[in-house]
Design a protein around this ligand. Structure first.
Ligand code: HEM
Length: 250
């Protein structure tokens, strides 16, 4: 990911292309930055695509391009829910199952909670969380009791029961365009949008991490966990191939 610090000896490192393509990193950075300037929504798309890529077959870009536009990736960088099958953490997983899936890639509970903090930017559609707002329970206001009651009515206004399910809502209410720790503060106050996000606060084993990450700039920890994730199954030496055309194998 552009902007993170690559650690020596972990498979990837800053300066790897110093002799073969001297300006590689600055070209990537400048290109992403210029696209971001004209359309900031590419950031969440890229971030999510990177996560899905790493969890499918190691971080080798295999989900990028080859399968566009279906079934696993879309040109806009969003990954369809169909691809959340198999070993990808699906949003119906319990925290325990998510922890197991991350552990299988050498990522610990702090990494899991930190990386889900990627939801500090980006959006989801009403259809993926509306079930939490209506008839989730037969008592009370019918909503998932882990949602802050005042927030339930706000969400019901944004996502009416029979309204447009494709309407997109920020995952980090009030701070969707800032890469900050307010996502965690929102979980702490029952303002998580996805059930899987809110569970990080409900579950005692992840709550302490949410509490910690809500309290300070989580950027440095996010960088460390991203580097760990970005090194999953990285191809080295003569493994794999460098594509001549990004969207096709040679
Ligand atoms: C435990 C695991 C995770 C689950 C269950 C999960 C689930 C989801 C779901 C259901 C969405 C909404 C998709 C949509 O409506 O199109 C989403 C969006 C997103 N996820 Fe995750 N996610 C997880 C981990 C991560 C990680 C590790 C990252 C990055 C480090 C990430 C980054 C994003 C971003 C940036 C978006 C917004 C995409 C957009 O606006 O287009 N997620 N995630």
């Amino acid at each position: 990911m552009v902007g993170t610090t690559m650690v020596e000896g972990q498979g990837t490192r800053v300066g790897f292309y110093a002799t073969t393509c001297r300006r590689a990193e600055s070209i990537v950075r400048a290109t992403v930055q210029s696209h971001f300037t004209s359309d900031s929504s590419i950031a969440p798309g890229l971030l999510r695509m990177h996560f899905h890529d790493c969890f499918v077959n190691g971080c080798d870009a295999s989900t990028n391009g080859l399968s566009w536009p279906v079934p696993t990736g879309r040109r806009d960088g969003r990954v369809s829910l169909a691809s959340d099958a198999s070993n990808l953490p699906g949003f119906t997983d319990s925290v325990d199952v998510q922890k197991q899936k991350f552990a299988a890639f050498g990522l610990n509970t702090l990494d899991l909670v930190t990386l889900v903090g990627g939801h500090t930017i980006g959006t989801t559609a009403c259809q993926f969380f509306r079930y939490r707002l209506y008839n989730f329970t037969t008592t009370g206001n019918g909503a998932d009791p882990s949602i802050n009651p005042a927030f339930v009515s706000q969400l019901q206004t944004l996502c009416p029961q029979n309204g447009d399910g494709s309407r997109r809502i920020a995952l980090d209410t009030g701070s969707q365009n800032r890469f900050d720790s307010s996502f965690f503060a929102n979980l702490r106050s029952g303002r998580g949008i996805l059930e899987s996000d809110q569970k990080l606060w409900t579950d005692a084993t992840t709550r302490t991490f949410v509490q910690r990450l809500a309290g300070f700039t989580f950027g440095p920890q996010f960088g460390r966990s991203m580097v760990k994730m970005s090194n999953i199954g990285v191809k080295t030496g003569t493994n794999g191939e460098i594509r001549r055309v990004c969207s096709a194998i040679n």
